[in-house]
Design a protein around this ligand. Sequence first.
Ligand code: ATP
Ligand code: MG
Length: 267
Amino acid sequence: MKLWVAQHLNPRRYISTSFITPVGRHGGEICPFLTNQQGSARVPPNFAEGRSRPFQPMEDLFMSQGKFIVVSGGEGSGKTTLVHRLQTDFPGARYTREPGGTPYGEALRVPLLDRMYRPVPWAELFLFMSIRAQHVEEVIKPTLAAGRHVICDRYMQDTLAYQWYTRLGQRSPSQIMQLAEAAGFPQPDLWIYLDVDPEIGLRRRQQTGDMNRIDREKIEFHQHVREGFRDLFNYADYIHRGRLIDANQSPDDVYRAAHQVIDLLLT
Ligand SMILES: Nc1ncnc2c1ncn2[C@@H]1O[C@H](COP(=O)(O)OP(=O)(O)OP(=O)(O)O)[C@@H](O)[C@H]1O
Ligand SMILES: [Mg+2]
């Protein structure tokens, strides 16, 4: 409250500390802690009346939001291979990955996937969410607000399948989705799920010789993850924006199928 009063009395500081972010950098969104659980803005009265409105360049007012595309799937399903190929076709988009995508996230990715540690399921879940919170604020939201598309290698859907459904045995995504909404995580405009038989995916992964802590889980774990991904298609939020691509086929076929759905979204 004290903080709000100080900012309220001094609109210049209020804006410069970017509690309300200028349109040019973050799409003029009210920062998450100034929003209630439903995501509607708790805007201080003087701001709502426009008396301390920050400077908004005219061209920014007409800038449209970029599209957010997520590529998900089990181990060795070909996510990274696909995302690399798409970079050539959509050079204006920003490519990023999870866990990671920021200096904070990339640093935490190392212990998160290191075989030396055995985090309990809730610890693993919250570390993924922490890395995502940083990624969303630092990379995803500002990029979309600047009108650029974002193509992300793994995101919230992967946490749902791996940590929520498989590790924690939860059946309904609603609680974790409420948390994601409260944290201001945007929903993808398109969710591409690369569906692969885990035995095939793990064989591909083993051939690269690069197996992390989660790759090394038993085959039953990976089969459960696949069920989790497939279940997500029945969840209301994903029925229309999800596309399943058979990733047992050749990399060229996967690429063509993905390219087609992305083209439909972007053109
Ligand atoms: N459709 C495919 N058919 C055969 N091999 C493939 C296919 N897609 C990718 N590969 C190969 O499988 C290996 C794993 O691919 P990639 O790293 O793209 O998978 P990933 O889904 O990103 O895996 P991870 O979940 O471990 O990050 C690579 O050696 C890649 O060349
Ligand atoms: Mg990968």
